[in-house]
Design a protein around this ligand. Structure first.
Ligand code: ADP
Length: 429
């Protein structure tokens, strides 16, 4: 099956086309046919695409809305110009998988999109007012472009965390706030944490029940998850992605009383404080320079600027603090797993986070750590009782796989025996 994976934003559309089926999932032999994004939808849009592992191609087109962008994309993929021989017409795209940010308490797993599901995603808009409406637009645009018969699947950022127990998801606020407004920890990056935990299990030939790991997704957004028996037991992001680790531009944990203080002292509205915490804080806020970890590390080598160093130290300290907390919550783990742009590519940051975790039995193999850049493998010594791994994340692949499994009626069963194709290729055009 050729599955188109979509992540619809306010004026952009990220996409990947992945050839996969139950057999390929079992053999880990899925194939990425193309990936890219369309930016500045609504005007002269910029389309950037890599076909297989080829060089980036960039072109522009006047695209007024997301439907127009999707229609353009599908036509281009099916054209001779793209070189994607697997897709000769739109009907060679057999399903679409959508990244949906918030599934609230309604969606505990990926699901085929029906009218009721769409209504459920709408009901979660209150919880993610900036994201869910765009995801809905992506789903409606897909219906418009492909017709109603094309199977669509929603894969939620939150659903992996539905297993977090009540004592870990409830905030110590008046209980009616949870009842009335569903204020609780939901957690995000669920697709990424689930993907790397699954890969870890495969690499180590473990069962789901034997998988006890702490996964650190360190990108622009950062979160850490305690995974016990293959299930999320706690995670650092909360009601929104603002809580937890220090991120590129987000503060992560702060004393909630600071919100009022900043508003009063700075004469800011609550919306302005919210924007300050989300877009002007984190690495950018402390360093005063950038949210980009690579630039900060380069700057630190060039000159030992106090605030640059401090931003990196606060970032790493917070990550180590969460690892310690989650080790206590889980009663120990077998491994910590690094992923995301920083986690996958920065041996330096991994060393800084792991320093001081020797008490927990973690002993890094510095050679392996240095070599493990954008690669998958172990970075701890063989005598380390708490192991450390780097596993590049692949959220789109997991979305494509979930799409196939949901359509064939085997959600979550990655290792399921292949079932027959159920006519999912039927399309209106
Ligand atoms: P997003 O969360 O937007 O998907 P990524 O996962 O791509 O972001 O992570 C982006 C972050 O990864 C940036 O801070 C970037 O500087 C950092 N990064 C990428 N490569 C390196 C590297 N070689 N060393 C340090 N940081 C890196």
């Amino acid at each position: 099956m050729n599955v188109l994976v979509l992540n619809a934003g306010s004026s952009n559309l990220k996409f990947q086309l992945i050839a996969t089926d139950l057999g390929r999932i079992t053999q880990n032999s899925d194939e990425r046919l193309c990936r890219g994004q369309i930016e500045r939808i609504g005007g002269e849009a910029i389309i950037a695409v890599h076909v297989r592992n080829g060089l980036k191609q960039t072109f522009t087109a006047s695209l007024s809305d997301i439907s127009g962008a999707l229609e353009y994309l599908v036509r281009w993929i099916a054209s001779d110009e793209s070189g994607i021989t697997e897709v000769r017409s739109p009907s060679d795209i057999h399903a679409v998988g959508h990244r949906v940010v918030h599934g609230g308490e309604l969606f505990t797993e990926s699901t085929v999109i029906t009218d009721e599901v769409l209504q459920g995603i709408e009901e979660c808009i209150d919880l993610a007012p900036l994201h869910n409406p765009n995801n809905i637009k992506g789903i409606l645009a897909t219906r418009q472009v492909f017709g109603p018969k094309l199977p669509q699947v929603a894969v939620f950022d939150t659903s992996f965390h539905h297993s977090i127990p009540e004592h870990a998801y409830l905030y110590a606020l008046p209980y009616h706030l949870y009842r009335r407004h569903h204020i609780r920890r939901y957690g995000f990056h669920g697709t990424s944490h689930r993907y790397v935990a699954d890969r870890y299990r495969t690499l180590r030939a473990l069962t789901e029940e034997q998988t006890h790991v702490i996964t650190l997704h360190l990108g622009n957004g950062c979160s850490v998850t305690a995974i016990r028996g293959g299930r999320s037991a706690d995670t650092s992001m909360g009601m929104t992605p603002l809580e937890g680790l220090v991120m590129g531009t987000r503060s992560g944990d702060i004393d909630p009383a600071i919100v009022n203080l900043i508003a009063t002292k700075g004469g800011l509205s609550t919306d302005e404080v919210d924007a300050l915490l989300n877009t002007q804080s984190g690495l950018l806020g402390i360093s005063g320079l950038t949210n980009d970890m690579r630039v900060l590390l380069q700057e630190l080598t060039r000159q030992d600027d106090h605030r640059v160093r401090l931003s990196i130290e606060v970032f790493c300290y917070r990550a180590r603090k969460y690892i310690g907390a989650f080790l206590a919550c889980m009663g120990g783990a077998d491994a910590i797993v690094f992923t995301g742009g920083i986690g996958e590519n920065s041996p330096d940051i991994r060393v800084r986070i792991c320093e001081g975790l020797e008490w927990a039995g973690l002993r890094l193999d510095h050679n392996r750590n240095r070599q493990m850049v954008g690669l998958e493998g172990q970075i701890s010594r063989s005598d380390s009782s708490l192991k450390a791994f780097v596993i590049p994340t692949d959220e789109e692949l997991l979305i494509a796989r979930d799409t196939v499994q949901c359509i064939l009626g085997e959600p979550g069963e990655h290792r399921a025996a292949a079932a027959g194709n159920s006519g999912v290729g039927e399309m209106t055009h």
